[in-house]
Write a protein that binds this ligand. Structure first.
Ligand code: GBH
Length: 503
């Protein structure tokens, strides 16, 4: 009884403070003023939505699919997922693509970004078994999209490493480079007659950082400053080889584009000053680590090479913890992207940390910076996500200036809440970020696509089903898992229809 009273009191305190948080939070700004002459998106600009295989497909062990490391992880560690859930079934897109297609048609999107589950099509990770039923599923998805005039855009890898390969090291085993190249070639060969937009990797910083530094995503390796750097390095080489394979063997008749997806933030100095060494340092660590080698020099940014070499020496190592890119590899890596795909969610404040913070070694320590958020920014349900639309505009301009105005695709951008259908905060976020894209275009940035994350609520990694990013809600308790539009869906469609951001 005592415990119950206590729980009740506690719940009241929590819900009270949550109500305060909500009303105070929604009073905070989440908007951006129009800049430049054009109020309309260019004619050939495309609007889309995104999902990823593990987050929506379900059918984790059906029709010959082998487990990915997310299957193993959620089965072995329910305690690590907020609501102890898994992606075993999730929103059942493997069986319900027609419902997804209805969503896409209703939204009137020009393209759909989805990912292919490696272990569904190649259950042994290598090409020894090509799983017919898995291949048929993606053929069906692609064909129906095209029949409905929706361009398919494919991510080859969205965190879900085949468990069989994970067991011998995943992205810390350099054989992954050959495996990934073979997987990519298999995809070009099988689907490349119809796929013209290929993204090799989603969000390497999160994948390598959480998987091999923090150890909070599978494979749960805690090796900051070493494991994450090796992972990033092998991933960069895998990407570059997959790109070269396309150019050498497929491009001449398939004529598509291949790029990589990075998740940058912009950084603002706490003292209000802009564009200087400190902001640049932060952006090099966040975005330049991979974008620099691919879209610029063929090598890691010099600030990163120097910092890590110095620290490695102090730690008594004979070589730097950052792998070396020799000239043969540099030639393969340099220029290995037709476009840069950007997932933008939020931005940070940055300051120099004296002395450096974080474990020794770690990226935080090596970078000598510390980041923070501003209480003045509106926050989403996700703790890490604040509405900073200016950051998107500024990141796009930074890319324009550093990488020779490479073509940029916004491949994710979105807001989390409890999943209610009346979602004015998502509309504010969407409107402000579309404004940021338009401002950047008006300022000469070469942005050609905007993608909202996500088409519908889905399995949100360690948060399970407790944080919702969809334009559509999914009835998870009904047998048919119906999808229902939120108010933000209609708003997005009004933008797609009018090519303007309506008030
Ligand atoms: C995107 O990355 C991902 O590409 C997408 O799959 C995801 O659904 C979306 O974010 C929303 O989070 O699980 O609590 O440990 C953006 C960067 C990646 C930020 C993962 C938060 C982990 C939170 N995010 N992340 S948790």
């Amino acid at each position: 009884m005592k415990a119950q009273i206590f729980a009740f009191l506690w719940a009241c305190i929590l819900c009270g403070s949550f109500a305060d948080f909500n009303s105070e939070n929604s009073a905070k700004p989440c908007e951006l003023a129009h800049k430049g002459e054009n109020i309309e998106f260019p004619k050939d600009f495309s609007f889309g939505v995104a999902t990823s295989a593990y987050q929506i497909e379900g059918a984790w062990n059906e029709d010959g699919k082998a487990p990915s490391m997310w299957d193993t992880y959620t089965h072995e560690h329910p305690e690590r997922i907020s609501d102890h859930s898994t992606g075993d079934d999730t929103v059942e897109s493997y069986h319900r693509f027609d419902q997804d297609l209805a969503v896409l048609k209703e939204l009137k999107v020009n393209f759909y970004r989805f990912s292919i589950s490696w272990s569904r099509v190649l259950p042994n990770a290598d090409t020894s078994v090509k799983n017919r039923k898995g291949i048929d599923y993606y053929n069906m998805v692609i064909d129906k999209l095209l029949q409905n005039n929706i361009k398919p855009m494919v991510t080859m890898f969205h965190y879900d490493m085949p468990e069989s390969f994970n067991e011998f090291g995943g992205f810390t085993n350099s054989s992954v480079i050959d495996y990934f190249e073979a997987y990519a070639s298999f995809l070009y060969e099988t689907f490349g007659d119809r796929i013209k937009w290929w993204i090799t990797f989603n969000d390497p910083y999160v994948f390598c950082g959480m998987g091999y530094a923090e150890g909070t995503f599978p494979p749960l390796v805690h090796s900051p400053g070493v494991g994450d750097y090796i992972c990033m390095d092998n991933l960069l080489r895998s990407h570059a080889r997959a790109y070269r394979s396309y150019k050498e063997k497929y491009y001449s008749y398939q004529r598509g584009k291949v790029g990589i997806n990075i998740n940058p933030a912009f950084f603002y100095r706490k003292d209000g000053q802009t564009s200087d060494e400190l902001v640049d340092r932060a952006l090099q660590y966040q975005l330049g680590w991979l974008a620099g080698p691919i879209y610029n020099t063929g090598n890691y940014p010099s600030v990163i090479i120097q910092d890590i070499a110095e620290n490695s020496k102090i730690e008594g190592l004979s070589e730097s913890r950052l792998p070396v890119i020799n000239s043969t590899w540099s030639d393969i890596i340099k220029g290995s992207g037709d476009f840069l795909a950007v997932n933008y969610y939020t931005s940070h404040y940055v300051e120099i940390a004296t002395p450096p913070e974080g474990e020794v070694p770690s990226k935080e320590y090596d970078s000598k910076i510390k980041v923070s958020m501003d209480d003045k920014w509106r926050r989403a349900k996700s703790e890490w996500l604040y509405c900073v639309p200016q950051g998107l505009e500024d990141v796009l301009k930074w890319i324009r200036d550093k990488y020779n105005n490479v073509e940029v695709l916004i491949t994710e951008n979105g807001w989390s809440d409890d999943g209610q259908l009346d979602d004015p905060q998502r509309i504010d976020y969407l409107r402000a970020h579309l404004q940021a894209v338009l401002n950047a275009i008006n300022d000469g940035c070469n942005v050609t696509h905007y993608t909202h994350w996500s088409a519908m609520d889905n399995f949100e990694w360690n948060k399970g089903y407790t944080e919702k990013f969809g334009l559509y809600s999914v009835n998870m308790t009904s047998e048919n898992k119906e999808r229902f539009p939120k108010k933000s869906a209609a708003f997005y469609t009004s933008v797609i229809d009018s090519r303007r951001i309506l008030r």
